[in-house]
Design a protein around this ligand. Structure first.
Ligand SMILES: [Ca+2]
Length: 424
């Protein structure tokens, strides 16, 4: 065997072997060192070579492991979500989230922005920070809590339950606002599902499928009820609606609107539509200007007809609203009235004991041809017929009075003549 006498030659050989592999070699401790002018035994040289071979073999194994890991990482990298967006994904199999019973949290600038919380079925989604966190009753599912105080700008809400958004039942939603609650705060999370509060402050949608739309201090406790905007409204009846200020729709299917001029304004019966409006009520048709309720009117309409604050229905009769004015012969109207049947009767929709008096619309129309059809009698026409008949009757009376006066004068003349005869 050839003898190697130079230690530096050994070092160059080892470095070359390692660098040729492309990786750093592990440390090698050579069992023998050779000195200049000292013979190197074959066994010692072989031992050194064996040590080098063992190290090279070890590095080979390590490289194989690294190559396998790199291949695995390359494969995994192709499946990761990328900042620049992915291609070739499938909603059926690809998703961001967890595969176990752990939630997912999104943060910005280290602050919580969104929490997605797992349940046995529909997850709960809470948008907002942790400074003023929403309160979700244990066991609820399918809940959505949007911004509002959940964003967490009111530090004083921490520890004050009423100032947090609260979700008491399954599948409720609190979209925004502050200190709102959806669902009923009781022992079950299924008796007021689908309730929601759109916004506002300290509103509560307690009934099943109930809703509050903004405002403050509104409560919709009836199922399918709604308290809409305004403040301190209550919708306690089923499918009831309360609007304005301090309106109380306590009965089923009632709709109550109040202006806040009173402490409370409540429905009085089911299926009732109740309005409390100190500024009056206006009904318009095709109105493009401001709704105006004249002084002295409670209900005004775009037709000009009103209900006075004293309780009198008042027809529109302004000459400016009229055309084709034609004179009326009072005695002709009187003759028609004389032939007009007049009855006492009751409406079918009212009780038999509620009696009225007047002609039928058909008899009225047959004689006067007034109004829109022969099914109705407008009060303005009935009044007009009565006035015209009165004028006709007054004319008759006046003519009779003239006859009587003439007869009186004739009688006076006769009496004078008779008296003169009797004196003779
Ligand atoms: Ca409940």
């Amino acid at each position: 065997m050839k003898t190697i006498r130079n230690k530096h030659l050994w070092s160059s050989l080892l470095v070359g072997l390692v660098v040729a592999g492309g990786v750093m070699a592990s440390n090698v401790t050579l069992p023998h060192a050779f000195q200049p002018n000292s013979p190197a035994r074959a066994s010692e040289v072989n031992a050194n070579f064996n040590a080098v071979k063992s190290s090279v073999d070890d590095n080979h194994g390590r490289l194989s492991t690294v190559e396998t890991s790199v291949a695995t990482l390359q494969t995994a990298n192709g499946q990761n979500w990328k900042r620049g967006g992915n291609t070739g994904t499938s909603m059926a199999t690809d998703y961001i989230g967890t595969a176990d019973n752990q939630g997912l949290e999104l943060r910005v600038n280290t602050s919580r922005a969104v929490q997605i919380l797992p349940t046995a079925s529909a997850p709960n989604v809470v948008v907002g920070g942790s400074e003023c966190p929403a309160s979700l009753t244990a066991g609820v599912k399918g809940v959505f809590v949007g911004g509002g105080n959940a964003i967490g700008t009111y530090a004083d809400c921490v520890g004050v339950a009423a100032e947090r958004h609260r979700a008491y039942d399954n599948n409720v939603a609190l979209v925004g606002g502050y200190g709102n609650a959806a669902g009923s705060n009781d022992a079950t999370v299924t008796n007021a599902e689908y309730a929601s509060v759109l916004g506002g402050t300290f509103n509560e949608a307690r009934g099943r499928a109930a809703a509050v739309i903004g405002g403050e201090g509104n409560v919709a406790s009836g199922s399918h009820s709604a308290a809409m905007a305004g403040s301190y409204n209550q919708a306690g009846g089923i499918s009831a609606i309360a609007m304005g200020v301090r309106a109380n729709a306590a009965h089923n299917n009632s709709l109550v609107w109040s202006d806040g001029s009173v402490t409370t304004f409540a429905s009085g019966a089911i299926n009732q539509f109740a309005i409390n409006a100190a500024g009056g009520v206006y009904f318009g048709r095709g109105v493009t200007a401001v709704a105006t309720v004249p002084s002295g009117a409670f209900i005004a309409t775009s037709t000009g007809a009103t209900l006075s604050t004293g309780g009198a229905w008042t027809n529109a009769s302004d000459v400016a609203l009229k055309k084709n004015l034609a004179p009326v012969k009072g005695q002709e109207v009187l003759e028609a009235v004389k032939s007009l049947p007049v009855y006492t009767w009751n409406y079918k929709s009212e009780g038999d004991g509620v009696r009225h008096i007047g002609p039928t619309a058909q008899d009225f129309a047959a004689r006067f041809s007034l109004g829109q059809d022969d099914k109705h009698i407008a009060t303005v026409d009935a009044d007009g017929v009565a006035l015209a008949a009165i004028k006709g009757l007054a004319q008759v009376v006046e003519e009779q009075r003239a006859v009587i006066e003439a007869q009186r004068k004739q009688l006076a003349g006769l009496e004078a003549r008779l008296s003169a005869i009797e004196k003779h």
